[in-house]
Design a binder for this molecule. Structure first.
Ligand code: S3P
Length: 432
């Protein structure tokens, strides 16, 4: 994919697909609930389809109809042993959440993934589950994972790593486990799982104590399906938001965007940098905050962000780094250790690709420093993505100012936003 410099600005109202995190949960939770669940506006990207196919392989009846699916759930113990190993492609969310869910089923499964997912750390999910007596073996801490399903024991789990995937995997394991599982979260991470479980009638209590979040969930209580409208994905919107901010004569309006406070750090960060971003029609649906967002070309300032905000915008650092490259002063983004274990080592790829674009930047102790200039001389226009969708989309946006940039292995974009190229082109982008 080649992204070219544009002249006329980024304008219009793009179609942003359904939220990826909520889409995964909208398949998993209804599949183990009682009743028929209609899920509207579900994201049909590769990652989510891997979750969908996994549940079909475990005997769940799922009807597909454009961007709506209908799930016929039969309760906590209704899943069937799949005939084959379950292949999850590039999807870390599927891998961590399913490891938890399947560890308390009454059958065995093997989870596999593509080359990139097979390098990602899985002990972070298997270790807390082993504390619950799960029988899980990883391959040197990675996929393939072999799960021997069985009855787990409820216990207290202190989450050492801030990760919604780990928290969600444990919550799903505890649903089918007798007694109360107590999870302590030391840092806030996205809370879509607990929101959906609560609305499906799970016996879950969530409260804050001494600056920590405590989740108490009572197992072996049936869930009851409710229809779901998946809001549009803020992480996918962020690429258009930054494209509009950094290109002259731009104005975009994004509709029906998920504005969950555990996810929206990017909006705080870009507004702190002076981004002209306004919110309209703020509302709540299925207990998720939603709004419309208007974005206008802005003169951005650099900013310093502490580690405490990193978990509220962990997927947005690639595109934030692009925004910071066009600010009028340096930026420091702190506490980015988790970026090293995403779909790629994102911290390294951000640095390497910014350097290729001529941007002066460095990392020290997991902090990222960006020193913007008014003009850049692109040193190497080949952008390395290592099949990471968010690196590919972020540098496509970089190309709207510095193009032509050749984004290597850009097919990875299909994992989260299959129509990204067309949508950016409809707004005035020049991607071929
Ligand atoms: C996700 C959680 C985050 C995020 C990922 C999706 C989820 O990962 O990076 O894209 O849906 O729970 P971690 O939980 O590993 O931080």
């Amino acid at each position: 994919m080649i992204s070219n410099i544009i002249s006329g600005g980024i304008n219009g109202s793009p179609f942003v697909p359904g939220d990826k995190s909520i889409s995964h949960r909208s398949i998993i939770i209804p599949s183990i609930s009682n009743g028929v669940c209609e899920v509207r506006n579900i994201l049909k990207s590769e990652d989510v389809l891997h979750t969908l196919n996994a549940f079909k392989a475990m005997g769940v009846k799922i009807e597909e109809n454009n961007n709506k699916i209908i799930i016929h759930g039969n309760g906590l113990n209704s899943l069937k042993e799949p005939k084959n190993d379950i292949y999850l492609g590039n999807s870390g969310t599927s891998a961590r959440l399913l490891t938890g869910l399947l560890s308390s089923q009454n059958f065995d499964t093997i989870l596999k993934g593509d080359e990139s997912l097979s390098k990602r750390p899985m002990r972070r999910i298997s270790d807390p589950l082993l504390k619950m007596n799960a029988n899980i073996s990883t391959t040197n801490g990675t996929l393939p994972i072999c799960i021997k399903g069985g009855q787990l024991i409820s216990t207290n789990i202190d989450l050492k790593i801030p990760s919604a995937q780990i928290k969600s995997g444990i919550l799903l394991a505890s649903l089918n486990t007798k007694g109360e599982t107590i999870i302590t979260e030391n840092k806030v991470t996205r809370d879509h799982t607990e929101i959906m479980l609560e609305s499906f009638g799970a016996n879950i209590k969530v409260y804050n104590e001494d600056g920590k979040k405590i989740l108490k969930i009572l197992g072996q209580e049936e869930l009851f399906a409710k229809n779901i409208d998946v809001p549009n994905d803020l992480s996918s919107s962020a690429f258009f938001i930054v494209a509009a901010l950094i290109n002259k004569n731009s104005r975009i309006v994004l509709k029906n965007i998920n504005n969950n406070p555990t996810r929206n750090g990017i909006l705080y960060a870009l507004k702190k940098m002076g981004g002209k971003i306004s919110f309209f029609n703020e509302r709540s649906h299925n207990n998720e905050n939603i709004c419309d967002i208007e974005v206008i070309t802005s003169n951005l300032n650099g900013c310093e962000l502490g580690a405490e905000i990193a978990d509220l915008m962990i997927d947005e650092y690639p595109i934030l780094a692009v925004a910071a490259s066009f600010a009028n002063s340096p930026s420091i983004f702190r506490g980015l250790k988790e970026l090293r274990v995403k779909e790629s080592n994102r911290l390294e790829l951000i640095l390497r690709n910014l350097e290729s674009c001529g941007v002066n930047c460095k990392s020290e102790n997991d902090d990222l420093f960006i020193y913007p200039e008014t003009n850049y001389n692109v040193k190497n226009n080949k952008i390395k993505t290592e099949f990471d969708h968010r690196i590919a989309m972020a540098f496509a946006v970089m190309g709207t100012r510095l193009g032509p940039l050749k984004i290597e292995d850009s097919n990875s974009i299909n994992t989260s936003f299959p129509n990204f190229k067309n949508e950016l082109n409809n707004l005035g982008g020049k991607i071929s």
